[in-house]
Ligand binder design. Structure first.
Ligand SMILES: [Mg+2]
Length: 116
């Protein structure tokens, strides 16, 4: 799936999640947030899961710095953290619509092993 921008990708994920019954949170203004920087783009709650998802527009863009610290902390504390990219769209649809169970522990970008 192609998207013109990360905002367009985000909008598509948020719309699909809401239509599929997930409770959705995204902070538009990262500058106005209290606490540690680098929090994932999306928190999705539903279907017996709490998902933390960092959206990236390209396979070449890696999670690093503060975002990587959040990823590691979430995974090490049993959080379900993963990056989603436009190329993951078919997986995203299957997960959000409940056609496929979400993995128990998932991580990419070298933060942890990918377990499906
Ligand atoms: Mg992002």
């Amino acid at each position: 799936m192609k998207f013109r921008s990360e905002q367009a990708f985000l909008n598509a994920v948020v719309d699909l999640a809401r239509m599929s019954g997930w409770l959705v949170h995204h902070d538009r203004e990262k500058q106005n947030v209290q606490g540690h920087a680098g929090f994932p783009d999306l928190v999705l709650v539903g279907k017996g899961r709490v998902l933390f998802r960092e959206l990236k527009m390209s396979d070449k863009v890696r999670v690093q710095g503060a975002q990587s610290a959040w990823a590691g902390a979430l995974i090490n504390n049993h959080g379900d953290w993963e990056t989603w990219r436009p190329g993951d769209w078919n997986d995203i649809v299957e997960i959000l619509t409940g056609r496929r169970p979400v993995a128990e522990v998932v991580a990419r970008d070298g933060v942890s092993e990918y377990v499906r």
